[in-house]
Design a protein around this ligand. Structure first.
Ligand code: ADP
Length: 494
């Protein structure tokens, strides 16, 4: 592992945080309680901003604002095409500020600037733009019902949407939810993750600048157990879209039974990445490497289980371990840095415990396995070989830079083992045999299968999970289903 130059003591000279208060009804404001919480930089561990801490009282205000914006404000009556035009303008403003957004994301999240500039910010703008194009294309159908009736369907906004997002891709996750919600004509209350509220707040300001009316996007930073839980329980909220841990998803699902809110969930994964002996080995190694180490492994579709055919296993492990040992780790603001810190102390501790457990349970740590630097939440890219299916590092979502490499011998066997998990988010297969690729694709129980590639996510392609990895789909045309209700209209013809 290559460390870049010494870490900075402080980012004081880079701290430039446009907005730190709640956005409700088009106005940035303090929380009702007056409380704030610290946003911590994961490299220097310094406080970079004190952010207004929303709770149930602020959620109440945000729900009133979102309801008014839908029922009385211009948004509810606006032409769909005009809605799309405002969204396009918002996407343009995000794009025009890509560099500054990327720096703010790095400051808040710690991800390498190359990733923030290469994926997070442009993909957020692209997602808003993609959904803007849908605003005037949400069509109903005419239905050939029996009798003297004319029946058609209308697609109407589901209403006020509570959007609860995680800290791993902060602005991109906001866009995944706000994009389809706004295209469908809904109004929203976004609760960013407590670790990373800053880019969403600034994007909210730019949405107002683009002309999206007050109350359409409300943003209430705060903790999950207070602000998040209040949003989930609120009777004035029609839908919750959640991305986060599957255990939080279970709590939220249980908490919405009485209000029968519409729900979509994008939860965790333990995604299999299957490498056959006829794969282009170097491409498969590179692919498996990016699959797990992108964003320090803090990725719900991380390819955390590499299943490698026994005849190439040793060579694959050697190449991958060597590559991991050369990953450039250090100051994420340095454009040469490939690997930054984990998000916070809690995640750091959890990942280090899993690494310890991997060793205790008999897996062989062939690269990494230790903390890097004596400050900041850095963990070396870690590769385990000789992993067995029932080891904790092969069954649990670690959400960190820890790859388990498992050995297989036949196609049927690997499909069955790949599916032997409660999750089903993503998967990949590496082979030059198209028949084999499709046999595996059909066999895998996962919302996404990549063939000879990994982590290719596009705003136009649906994304979501089988089994414990989620409910419903985000992105693509299918995402709009979750933000619309179908109304059937039948007229008697005399
Ligand atoms: P992670 O462990 O990756 O932070 P979480 O599932 O805890 O994942 O968090 C994802 C999002 O869910 C965050 O915005 C968090 O504040 C929120 N959250 C956590 N607990 C709850 C809850 N009980 N109700 C609603 N939202 C919650």
């Amino acid at each position: 592992m290559t460390e870049t130059a010494k870490l900075p003591e402080s980012y004081a000279n880079l701290i430039n945080v446009p907005r730190t208060s709640l956005l409700i009804d088009g106005r940035f404001q303090s929380s009702q309680s007056g409380k704030t919480f610290d946003s911590i930089n994961p490299v220097t561990e310094e406080v970079i901003a004190q952010v207004a801490e929303g709770d149930a009282a602020d959620i109440d205000l945000a729900v009133i604002a979102a309801t008014n914006a839908l029922q009385e404000g211009p948004w509810g009556k606006m032409d769909a095409r005009e809605r799309g035009r405002l969204m396009m303008k918002w996407a343009d403003l995000i794009d025009q500020n890509q560099e500054a957004f990327a720096r703010l994301e790095v400051l808040d999240n710690g991800k390498p600037i190359v990733e923030a500039l290469g994926y997070d910010i442009p993909s957020a703008a692209a997602t808003v733009r993609y959904f803007a194009g849908w605003a005037d294309k949400l069509e109903g159908k005419t239905i050939p019902t029996s009798g003297p009736y004319f029946t058609h369907t209308r697609r109407e906004p589901v209403g006020v949407c509570g959007l609860i997002i995680p800290w791993n891709f902060p602005l991109a996750m906001a866009a995944w939810k706000l994009g389809p919600a706004l295209a469908a004509g809904c109004t929203t209350i976004l609760k960013p993750a407590e670790q990373t509220p800053l880019t969403a707040l600034w994007a909210g300001e730019l949405a107002l600048e683009a002309g999206i009316p007050p109350g359409v996007i409300n943003i209430v930073p705060g903790y999950g157990e207070t602000a998040g839980a209040a949003l989930v329980k609120h009777p004035g909220v029609d839908k919750i879209a959640f991305t986060g841990e599957h255990t939080t998803g279970q709590i939220i699902k249980a908490a919405t039974t009485d209000t029968m809110k519409r729900m979509t969930f994008e939860l965790g994964g333990k995604s299999p990445n299957i490498v056959f002996d006829d794969a282009n080995l170097d491409e498969a190694v590179d692919g498996a490497f990016g699959a797990i180490f992108l964003n320090q492994g803090q990725n719900c579709c991380a390819g955390s289980r590499a299943f490698v055919h026994e005849s190439i296993y040793t060579e694959f492990v050697e190449k991958l371990a060597d590559k991991a040992s050369r990953r450039v780790i250090g100051d994420p603001f340095n454009p040469g840095t490939e690997h930054g810190p984990q998000i916070d102390r809690a995640q750091f501790d959890k990942i280090m415990q899993y690494i310890e457990l991997g060793r205790q349970q008999g897996a062989q740590c062939v690269s990494g396995g230790q903390r890097v630097f004596d400050r900041g939440y850095f963990i070396a890219p870690t590769v385990f070989s000789e992993v067995k299916d029932d080891m904790a590092i092969a069954t649990d979502e670690i959400f960190g830079p820890v790859l388990s490499i498992l050995k297989f011998s036949s196609t049927d066997e690997v499909i069955s083992r790949a599916n032997d998990t409660q999750f089903g988010l993503s998967s990949a297969v590496w082979t030059q045999d198209i028949d084999k690729a499709y046999t595996v694709t059909e066999g895998l129980k996962a919302g996404t299968v990549w063939i000879n590639c990994y982590n290719i996510v596009d705003p136009a392609a649906p994304f979501g999970g089988f089994k414990m990895s989620g409910l419903g789909r985000e992105l693509g045309e299918q995402a709009l289903d979750a933000y619309t209700e179908t109304k059937t209209v039948t007229q008697l013809r005399k």
